[in-house]
Design a protein around this ligand. Structure first.
Ligand SMILES: [Zn+2]
Length: 255
């Protein structure tokens, strides 16, 4: 596995400056370490929408995505990225702008969402602000008409706010059905991502772009393995198994 499978898309959520409340968020300090590692290793960041023309991207390209739009991303991710000349894409649930992530239950500091002003500023600074529907529903439980409404309303809310075309989408909870793909295309999205692990080349369908999930306990070494193996589960046991099978396959091949 010496050559990189690229572009690779990473999925982050919150980046609090204190201990993360959920498995999905990572401490801002750890996020900063991830970014330093990517720079050191020669990775270039691109926006999710840049994947429409993936052939034009450098060999080691990573797309950083943030789901939901947590307010702690402003300090914990946006400002540090801006300072180091890196970029990222944010998937926003438009009903929650300036509010809180209602699907997580009781409101807390870590469920607070980015405001309109912050999103506008981030967009002006070269970040991509994209759609994560309006109300963050499980799309697979909705009718086609309801899905169309969620997808096209969120798109127009963001387009009005940012005065730009919005063409990227992330399905909430990574859940979707056949109608979601139809609704996404009809609403005018060009690319949509899911939460199944893999790299861009794993699926040719532009509405099924795979991502690698980053969790609160992912050290730099774990990030490094995730980039190499483009998988969410990168325990040493699993990797040892991978190399063992590979060695075995090689032996069989040679003899
Ligand atoms: Zn979400």
């Amino acid at each position: 596995m010496s050559q990189h499978r690229s572009p690779v898309i990473l999925m982050y959520h919150g980046t609090p400056g204190s201990r993360p409340d959920t498995h999905y968020s990572i401490h801002a300090n750890l996020f900063a370490k991830h970014m330093r590692f990517l720079k050191r290793q020669g990775w270039t960041t691109a926006l999710f929408k840049d994947l429409q023309n993936a052939q034009a991207l450098p060999e080691k390209t990573v797309v950083l995505t943030f789901d939901d739009g947590y307010a702690d991303n402003y300090q914990g991710a946006f400002l540090p990225l801006l300072e180091s000349g890196m970029k990222a894409t944010w998937f926003i649930a438009t009903d929650c702008i300036g509010g809180h992530a209602h699907w997580l239950g009781t409101a807390s500091k870590q469920t607070q969402m980015l405001t309109k002003e912050q999103l506008t500023e981030m967009h002006s600074a070269g970040m991509e602000i994209a759609s994560h529907t309006c109300s963050h529903p499980d799309l697979s439980t909705l009718s086609l008409a309801q899905q169309q409404n969620e997808l096209s309303t969120a798109k127009s809310v963001l387009e009005k706010l940012l005065s730009t075309q919005v063409t990227s989408l992330a399905y909430p909870y990574g859940r979707f059905n056949d109608d979601s793909l139809i609704a996404a295309e009809q609403a005018g999205y060009r690319l949509a991502c899911i939460t199944q692990p893999g790299w861009l080349g794993s699926d040719p369908n532009p509405f099924l772009v795979r991502r690698i999930a980053i969790f609160s306990g992912d050290s730099v070494s774990s990030l490094s393995r995730k980039l190499t193996f483009t998988d969410n589960e990168v325990s040493w046991q699993k990797i040892a198994r991978y190399y063992m099978n590979r060695a075995r396959a090689k032996l069989t091949y040679n003899f």
